[in-house]
Design a protein around this ligand. Structure first.
Ligand SMILES: Nc1nc2c(ncn2[C@@H]2O[C@H](COP(=O)(O)OP(=O)(O)OP(=O)(O)O)[C@@H](O)[C@H]2O)c(=O)[nH]1
Length: 561
């Protein structure tokens, strides 16, 4: 997010605060009038309920917009009113139009009005948070690594080797003066690689380049000979996230880097829907989350909740408990009627702070409670953590454990979904089926474990070389299926030929012997077919054709393939 967007968010937050103050004036006038009615004995059940709901809203939003004491006072008064309401209902048994509300409530309301100093809200100024540069941390795009070279030469060959896997690699010297004076900015790197001898200097260098408020530190991967506990402890103490023994096993290192890169990207992202009938508050939360790079969407009308869920597909739902005439607890139960949303984490964001009532509300189908008012910092971190966990769970369900690519059934569905999308949008998309050549021979010669390394390496290479919008799945044992939206077959052929060449150049080693592996691919234009299965069948025919005519190449499906 650039400075302009951050400024826009700050301006919008200010507008919302001013709007809240305007609304607060109206609310206070209402409460003052209500206090009069209490003194005159002119309060009925409906009015009492209305007043309690207004206090509930103030309790939730006061602190957020710079009036924390007012919020707290409103919360206490709301509880008081709730008790009063219960007692009066039991006493009157519905016999009277007006309820004999305790005059002390009127006194309390007047006190509340007195503490609301509308001209002096507390500052809710926020720090400008620095956003992760998505291009450099997310999968499918150029991932930037920094290799810190030193006299030990342990990392000398790494830059060239890592570039073959599709990483963009920058090198710098480890000598402290050079490192600190270097123009290389580690903040935008997905990882820093160094030897164990350089770890202290690297740690100091990273300290001099702190990342943004809500970003995890740049992961450091340390490579060295340190076999003993003390050395490894020293490396961990200086912040290394991974340690690998030299000489480094390249596919293992690439895999570790891939995991770190994905964790880094996943840790800061998120897709959240906020349901709150208080429009300003909902928009405020949205803006706060957006300022930290989280996608957020606000819904104020419970009637549109389900359709908005399907349209936005959130990873997390934050919902108020009292939504005017509707209850968040019942809405949570309704959401669970739909199998699609059974695993959606639902968190109540409410001013309800009574643990007993919170527990009762949770039994309705939600997972957790966050109590309003909530600080911006806490909201962002809480959402980031929960989205991260939700994504981990969904990855477990949808991803293959060996390669972390989409599972067979998921990638198959993706082909059909893309067919529908590109037909609707009238653009060209492509599906590619890839199969490793003579893979049985690889297993037979080098062993099954080495065969697994080859499969994982091709998965990593595909992840690095394809766009984030592309879908990559493990279709079978050594077979991969890729969906390339917005892509012409000619471009897919060029792209696959490039990946094919890189893959054939990679060196695998077993028992000191080096071997190379190739793959073949079949390409089909998605738009040419009326069902997903036909597309996969066509790509498979093209792949078979390729295998027949000499492997290590790409073939486009044509009617006579
Ligand atoms: N190591 C390993 N091997 C697997 C895995 N899944 C499938 N295989 C093996 O992959 C091999 C596929 O062999 P074939 O289908 O005969 O094809 P191929 O040897 O690749 O020959 P061509 O496709 O004609 O080039 C079989 O030996 C499977 O046992 C896996 O997860 N790990």
């Amino acid at each position: 997010m650039d400075n302009q967007q951050q400024d826009y968010i700050s301006d919008r937050l200010n507008v919302l605060r001013l709007r809240f103050i305007e609304r607060l004036r109206g609310e206070l006038a209402y409460l003052s009038d209500f206090a009069d009615q209490v003194r005159k004995g002119h309060v009925d059940e409906l009015a009492l309920n209305d007043c309690r709901q207004r206090l509930h809203k103030l309790a939730g939003s006061g602190g957020t917009f710079g009036f924390p004491s007012l919020g707290e006072f409103a919360r206490d008064l709301e509880k008081r009113l709730k008790r009063e309401q219960k007692a009066l209902a039991a006493e009157s048994d519905g016999q009277f139009d007006f309820l004999p509300v305790d005059e002390n409530i009127a006194d309390q309301l007047e006190l509340l009005i007195g503490i609301a100093d509308l001209d002096n809200p507390l500052s809710t100024e926020r720090e400008r948070s620095v956003q992760p540069d998505e291009e450099l941390v997310s999968h499918g795009m150029l991932v930037r690594l920094i290799v810190v070279l030193d006299a030990t030469d342990q990392l000398k060959a790494l830059p060239d080797e890592l570039q073959k896997y599709g990483f963009s690699v920058e090198t710098i010297e480890s000598r402290e003066g050079v490192l600190l004076a270097s123009s290389a900015d580690p903040c935008n790197a997905a990882a820093v690689l160094c030897s164990d001898a350089s770890i202290e200097g690297v740690a100091r260098w990273l300290e001099a380049h702190p990342r943004g408020a809500y970003q995890p530190p740049v992961p450091v991967v340390c490579i060295g000979q340190a076999e003993n506990f003390d050395r490894r402890y020293h490396v961990a103490q200086h912040g290394a996230r991974a340690f690998m023994s030299a000489p480094v096993d390249l596919p293992e290192l690439v895999e570790r880097l891939e995991t770190l890169v994905q964790e880094l990207a996943a840790g800061t992202k998120g897709r959240v829907m906020i349901v709150d009938d208080d429009r300003e508050l909902a928009e405020h939360y949205c803006l706060v989350l957006k300022s930290a790079g989280i996608e957020a969407h606000a819904v104020s009308d419970p009637l549109t909740l389900l359709s908005e869920l399907y349209a936005f597909e959130p990873e997390l739902l934050l919902m108020d408990i009292e939504l005017g005439a509707h209850s968040g607890v019942i809405l949570a139960r309704m959401i669970r009627f739909h199998a699609r949303w059974l695993s959606l984490p639902i968190v109540y964001l409410s001013s309800e702070d009574d643990p007993e009532r919170q527990l009762r509300a949770l039994s309705g189908g939600a997972d957790e409670f966050l109590v309003k008012p909530i600080s911006e910092d806490y909201l962002i971190r809480a959402v980031q953590m929960r989205c991260h966990r939700a994504r981990q769970l969904s990855e477990l369900m949808n991803r293959d454990s060996l390669t972390r690519l989409l599972k067979h059934s998921v990638i198959k569905q993706e082909v059909e979904r893309e067919r529908q999308r590109c037909t609707r949008g009238d653009y060209s998309s492509v599906a590619v089926l890839l199969d490793i050549d003579h893979f049985k021979q690889v297993n037979d010669t080098w062993g099954h474990a080495q065969g697994d390394v080859v499969i994982r390496t091709l998965a990593n290479l595909l992840r690095n070389r394809l766009r984030e919008s592309d879908a990559i799945g493990r279709y079978g044992g050594e077979e991969f299926l890729v969906v390339l939206p917005h892509c012409e077959p000619s471009a897919a052929l060029r792209l696959m030929s490039g990946i094919l060449e890189s893959f054939s150049e990679l060196e695998f080693s077993s028992e000191e012997e080096v071997f190379h592996v190739t793959f073949s691919a079949g390409v089909a234009k998605i738009n040419d077919f009326s069902a997903g299965d036909q597309i996969i069948e066509a790509a498979d025919k093209a792949l078979y054709e390729r295998k027949r005519n000499g492997r290590n190449g790409v073939t486009l499906y044509t009617d006579n393939a």
